[in-house]
Write a protein that binds this ligand. Structure first.
Ligand code: GCO
Ligand code: MG
Length: 413
C-alpha cells in the first residue's frame, strides 16, 4: 500500500486548524492533526515543503519506520513545529492502518482497558456566583470532573476565565486565540499579579468544596506562572480541598522546579502540554516528580511516540491526563481517545468541547455519555474532514495573549 498524496488543509471554523490528509494508491485516506496555536503556518509549511514530498511512494503500512525516518533521519530533532508535523503523519498512517484492518484504532493498540475515558470540563467565573453557575452548568452537561479557574480581585481579565457572564456557560469563549483591533493583528496583552492570585485561589476552592461536597474531582491550571516556592505554597494551601491535580505550576522547561514543589506538598502535579518529546520528561518520570502526563498526541510526535511515553510513565506508576483544549482539533482529540481507552495507566482526559462551526468541518463519531468519552467503533480514528465546509473558513491570524506583570515585565504563562 503506497502513499499517493499528502495534502495540508488549513481552515478556521472559529479557530485555526492544520490537518494532514494522506491518501494511498488504493484510495484509503488518513487524517492527522498538526495544529500549533498561533504558529499554524510554520507547521503547514514544514509539512508541505519538507515532508509531503518525502512521503510519496512510501509504504503506508511502515509507521514506525516512517516515524524514525522523519525524526532521526532529519538530523534536526524535536521542537513543537517538527513534532507537530511528525505527529500528523504518524496519526494519519495509524488512521489508514486501522481503516485497512476494518477496526477502530484502539483495537490495534491492544483493545479497550475500560468502558470509557473519564473527562474533565472547564468551569470558570469572574467571581464566585458566576463560577458556581458554571460548575452547575457543567454538571448538567454530564461532567463528573471539573477544572476550576477564577477571576482575581484587582485584575481586569484572567486567561481561562470567561469574559462575560453570558459566556460563563459558553464553552467556546474563554481561552480564545485573539488579535488586537490594530491592523497588524498583534497578540492581546494581559496583566498578571501572582501574589493576588495566591491569596485568592485557596478561598475559591474552599467555597467550591463547601457548595459541592468532597466527592467531585476538582482540577486547577496554574499556566506556568509561579516560581517553584510559590507553587509549593499554593500546593500546600490547596491540600485541604483534595485536588485531582495542580497543573503547570511552573515554567515547563525547568524539570528541577518540580523537585522543590514535590518536597513541600502532597497535592498531585500534572505538567506537559507544551512538551514535545519523552526527553522533556526523563527527570520527572524517573524521580516521580509528577502524577500525570499532560502531553497531546498532536504536539508530541503522534500516537507512536505518545504510546511509548505513556508506557514509560507506567513503569513509575504515573498516569495520563492528555491535553484536550479546543486548539487540539477533533482529529487530535479522537487520537487521544483511542489511546485513553487502550492504555492501562489512563488517568483522565481533558474535554473542552468544539464549537458547532468546528464540527461542521470535522465530522466526529466520538461520544460523551455519563461523564465518559468513547472514540466509537468506526474503523480508523472515526473523524472525517469535509473539504467544502473547510474551504468556507479561511485562515485568520490569531495569537495567544502575552502576559505582563503590572510594571510591564513580560511574564511566564
Ligand atoms: C489547557 C490549556 C490550554 C492552552 C492552550 C494553548 O487546556 O489546560 O492550558 O487551554 O492554554 O492549549 O494553546
Ligand atoms: Mg493547561
Amino acid at each position: 500500500m503506497k502513499i499517493r498524496s499528502a495534502d495540508v488543509i488549513v481552515t478556521s471554523p472559529g479557530r485555526n486548524f492544520v490537518t494532514l490528509r494522506i491518501t494511498t494508491d488504493d484510495g484509503l485516506t488518513g487524517l492527522g492533526d498538526a495544529t500549533l496555536n498561533g504558529r499554524e503556518l510554520a507547521v503547514a509549511s514544514y509539512l508541505r515543503d519538507h515532508v509531503a514530498p518525502l512521503l510519496i511512494e512510501r509504504d503506508a503500512t511502515r509507521i514506525e519506520d516512517t516515524w524514525q525516518y522523519l525524526y532521526r533521519g532529519a538530523y534536526w530533532r524535536r521542537g513543537p513545529v517538527t513534532m507537530a508535523a511528525v505527529a500528523a503523519v504518524d496519526t494519519a498512517l495509524w488512521d489508514i492502518k486501522a481503516k485497512a484492518a476494518g477496526m477502530p484504532l484502539y483495537q490495534l493498540l491492544g483493545g479497550a482497558s475500560r468502558i470509557g475515558a473519564l473527562a474533565y470540563g472547564h468551569a470558570s467565573g469572574r467571581d464566585l456566583p458566576e463560577l458556581m453557575d458554571s460548575v452547575r452548568a457543567h454538571l448538567a452537561q454530564g461532567y463528573r470532573a471539573i477544572r476550576i479557574q477564577t477571576g482575581i480581585p484587582g485584575l481586569d481579565s484572567v486567561y481561562g476565565v470567561a469574559a462575560s457572564s453570558a459566556a460563563a456557560g459558553d464553552r467556546y469563549d474563554y481561552e480564545p486565540a485573539r488579535r488586537s483591533a490594530d491592523t497588524r493583528a498583534l497578540p492581546v496583552e494581559e496583566t498578571w499579579d501572582t501574589r493576588a492570585y495566591l491569596r485568592h485561589v485557596p478561598t475559591v476552592f474552599e467555597a467550591v468544596r463547601a457548595e459541592f461536597g468532597p466527592e467531585l474531582p476538582l482540577l486547577h491550571d496554574g499556566h506556568h506562572r509561579m516560581t517553584p516556592i510559590q507553587a509549593a505554597r499554593l500546593g500546600k494551601a490547596l491540600e485541604p480541598y483534595d485536588l485531582f491535580w495542580l497543573e503547570d505550576a511552573t515554567p515547563g522547561e525547568d524539570q528541577a522546579a518540580l523537585r522543590l514543589i514535590r518536597q513541600h506538598t502532597t497535592t498531585p502535579l500534572a505538567i506537559g502540554e507544551v512538551f514535545n518529546s519523552v526527553y522533556d520528561y526523563t527527570t520527572l518520570l524517573s524521580e516521580r516528580l509528577i502524577d500525570y502526563v499532560r502531553s497531546a498526541v498532536t504536539h508530541t510526535g503522534g500516537v507512536t511516540a505518545l504510546r511509548k511515553l505513556l508506557d514509560h510513565a507506567a513503569v513509575y506508576g504515573i498516569r495520563s491526563g492528555l491535553h484536550g483544549p479546543t486548539d487540539i482539533s477533533p482529529v487530535g482529540m479522537a487520537a487521544a481517545l483511542h489511546l485513553d481507552l487502550a492504555v492501562h495507566n489512563f488517568g483522565i482526559q481533558e474535554f473542552m468541547q468544539h464549537s458547532a462551526r468546528t464540527l461542521e468541518v470535522f465530522r466526529t463519531s466520538y461520544t460523551f455519555t455519563d461523564g465518559l468519552l468513547h472514540p466509537s467503533d468506526t474503523p480508523g480514528l472515526g473523524v472525517e474532514l469535509d473539504d467544502e465546509a473547510a474551504a468556507a473558513f479561511p485562515y485568520e491570524p490569531a495569537y495567544l495573549p502575552v502576559n505582563r506583570l503590572q510594571d510591564g515585565t513580560v511574564h511566564d504563562w
